[in-house]
Design a protein around this ligand. Structure first.
Ligand code: NAP
Ligand code: G4F
Length: 332
């Protein structure tokens, strides 16, 4: 039975990847952070009691700041594949906590790769490593962006991901580790964190419809993003590790829209035409340096992995609005 280890298993992507890997017959191990409140809501539906025979999903305490524990877990679990999703993943927040972001989002990848290097050297085993790289690497590079586009990051988060990107590539070239970067454009779902703009909008709409809120407070409505549907994107990551050779891939839909368009469509789907009445622009949600326009050129993934995004922008907006309406008990 193949074994996978996932950092960031409690996040949006971690939860969808667990579903995929269990479906593919893997034994799945996830690293969770100790917290004083429960942080496992996204994976509760796949949780399995470790005392029951036949269980294939296991959780372990750990943190990307703690190299010792990461190393011990790799030696103990002996995974065939490691997916590094753990990160301080919020771009705006990375301007507030840049050092922490560099430590976790940047150095975290190095800590895992060092452990893999030693583990492979000492045991002769082989481990495939996936690094959750990001279209934030492209920053101010003109669209469309592909695997050959030079990186011009615009945030502490982007800079930290740049370190992790090059570290992954360097360990592949220097030590022959099967280590790949998935350069993923924004991907969303009803499990998206509530402070990312798409979910903030869809939850805000559902709260307004339910009479629980009057307005959504947003920043830059002109930014353009290439938004896809997260469950499809984790499939691309898995395919990268099944590919014959370790290569980096851009993953996105090839279509970009503004935050304003997301608002318009979302409100429209909820039956509200005069949406501007319900949106207030506030300074605190702008970034010191913004990434204006991200648009993927995902041709390499289609040609070599047979992967392409199936869910269109308008459908993604509907899926997310409907899910938040359902949470609020609003019938449509
Ligand atoms: P997410 O929902 O924010 O999840 C981040 C995960 O990282 C959570 O499980 C979180 O744990 C964990 N984490 C945070 N700090 C950690 C630490 N110090 N040690 C160990 N784990 C830690 O992110 P996502 O949307 O699933 O994205 C997954 C990865 O892809 C991230 O690396 C992100 O930067 C990258 N990415 C995302 C997108 C996107 O559009 N979603 C695009 C490109 C790249 P808690 O639950 O305890 O907070
Ligand atoms: O939803 P966002 O916070 O996502 P952002 O910054 O694009 O980052 C996400 O995608 C990256 C891949 O490109 C990932 F690597 C990263 O981990 C994360 O998942 O913001 C999207 C856009 C930005 O231009 C932002 O300025 O929406 C704009 N925006 C406008 N008002 C807002 C808001 N963003 C947030 N979070 N909150 C607002 O109120």
């Amino acid at each position: 039975m193949r074994k996978a280890l996932i950092t960031g298993v409690t996040g949006q992507d971690g939860s969808y990847l667990v579903e995929l890997l269990l479906g593919e017959g893997y034994e799945v191990h996830g690293i969770i952070r100790r917290a004083s409140t429960f942080n496992t809501s996204r994976i509760e539906h796949v949780y399995q009691d470790p005392h029951v025979e036949g269980t294939r999903f296991f959780l372990h305490y750990g943190d990307l700041a703690d190299a010792n524990t990461i190393r011990k877990l790799i030696y103990k679990i002996r995974p065939d594949e490691i997916y590094n999703f753990g990160a301080q993943s919020h771009v705006r927040v990375s301007f507030d906590i840049p050092e922490y972001t560099a430590n976790i989002t940047g150095l975290g990848a190095l800590r895992i790769l060092e452990a893999i290097k030693d583990y492979e050297g000492e045991t002769g085993a082989k481990v495939k490593f996936y690094q959750a790289s990001s279209s934030e690497l492209f920053g101010s590079a003109p669209p469309p962006q592909n695997e050959l586009t030079p990186f011009q990051p615009r945030s502490p988060y982007g800079v930290a991901k740049l370190f992790a990107f090059h570290t992954t590539k360097n360990y592949r070239e220097a030590y022959g580790i099967f280590a790949v970067n998935g350069i993923l454009f924004n991907h969303e779902s009803p499990r998206r964190g509530e402070t990312f703009v798409t979910r903030k909008i869809t939850k805000g709409i559902a709260d307004i419809v339910a009479g629980r809120a009057d307005k959504i407070y947003l920043g830059n409505l002109d930014a353009k993003r290439d938004w896809g549907y997260a469950p499809e994107f984790v499939e691309a990551m898995w395919r990268m590790l099944q590919h014959e050779a370790p290569e980096d891939f851009v993953i996105g839909t090839g279509e970009a829209h503004t935050v304003r368009e997301f608002c318009e469509l979302g409100f429209h789907h909820a039956g509200i035409g005069d949406w501007q009445k319900y949106v207030a622009i506030v300074h605190r949600y702008f970034r010191p340096t913004e990434v204006d326009y991200l648009l993927a050129d995902p041709r390499k993934a289609r040609e070599k992995l047979g992967w392409y995004a199936r869910t269109k922008f308008a459908d993604l907006v509907k899926i997310m609005v409907d899910a938040d309406m359902k949470i609020n008990g609003v019938k449509q």
